[in-house]
Design a protein around this ligand. Sequence first.
Ligand code: NAD
Length: 337
Amino acid sequence: MTQVGVNGYGTIGKRVADAVAAQPDMDLVGVAKTRPNFEAETAARKGYPLYAAVPERVDRFAEAGLDLAGEVEDLVAAADVIVDCTPSGIGAENAALYDDHDTPAIFQGGEDADVADVSFNARANFDDAVGADSARVVSCNTTGLSRILAPLDETYGVEKARVTLVRRGGDPGQTGRGPIDDILPDPVTIPSHHGPDVNTIFPDLDIDTLGMKVPATLMHTHSVNVTLESDADAADVRDRFADETRLFQIPAGADIDGAGKLKEFAHDAGRPRGDLWENCIWAESITVEGRDLYLFQAIHQESDVVPENVDAVRALRGDADAAESMATTEDAMGVGI
Ligand code: NAD
């Protein structure tokens, strides 16, 4: 069993912890928290050993009635792999701690690519991370794009991708984020950082991305145009996507017109936290004009990277190949609609 520690127990960290705990070949050694807030309470209630991320704050946990298993250094020492889920930039600061303990580490997409040996997406480049000391699971948007670009490139070849990303202003729990009443080109310069991030997974792919930000919290929406190298038709593309376990094609008759109903669907299906780990592609939007493919997809920013983090653990350990790891992860979590 691989002993996995999670440092940073917020939006991504708490989901990664649950996903790790569900795996047949992994134990969750514990989670590190900066303060004894409601998330620390929940972790304790789930029986996850709690570690203090900031040693000076150990007393605050005791005052809140929360037992600690130790400090973050103890967690890093006890783990075979540490998954760093701290806010952007903090992961890079933590890298020396993981190095000092020779603990392989997984970082998140908010970090610069050079934080880790390799940027990672399970479907596109699992093998690049096998045996590496560290990997960076790319952002929610880059994960969503990699999952469609990999099968398109393998099947038809990709001449050029152009994507407009309409991004949620903040996650539901990020009460301080905006905009509240505006529509922003964000960033106003082109390309947005997403295209270069996709190139950390597909170095030779020609891609331009444009970003916008809107007053929404539920999901991101991508408007995608891919010029293919060979002829395709829409039915072919739908068939090809149907083989991909992390792509959900929203059926035409489902009456799902946006992120609101997608989340309602996820809650009705009993998904934990209403999570949608799969890209949600409107099947009707898949259109091919000549060699130009168009589609709309929604990406649940809080959860699509979670199965990728689990696969990254197996890749660093060299415990399984991509297909075996993805199948184990999906089976344990219930991924696939
Ligand atoms: P978050 O703020 O929800 O959670 C981060 C957690 O880390 C918080 O609980 C915070 O208290 C804790 N923390 C802060 N400093 C710490 C430290 N020094 N040691 C340990 N814990 C510390 O952030 P998040 O949304 O989960 O993002 C985490 C990473 O995942 C970022 O790199 C982000 O870019 C990336 N990411 C976020 C999303 C998203 O939409 N939320 C999607 C994909 C990737």
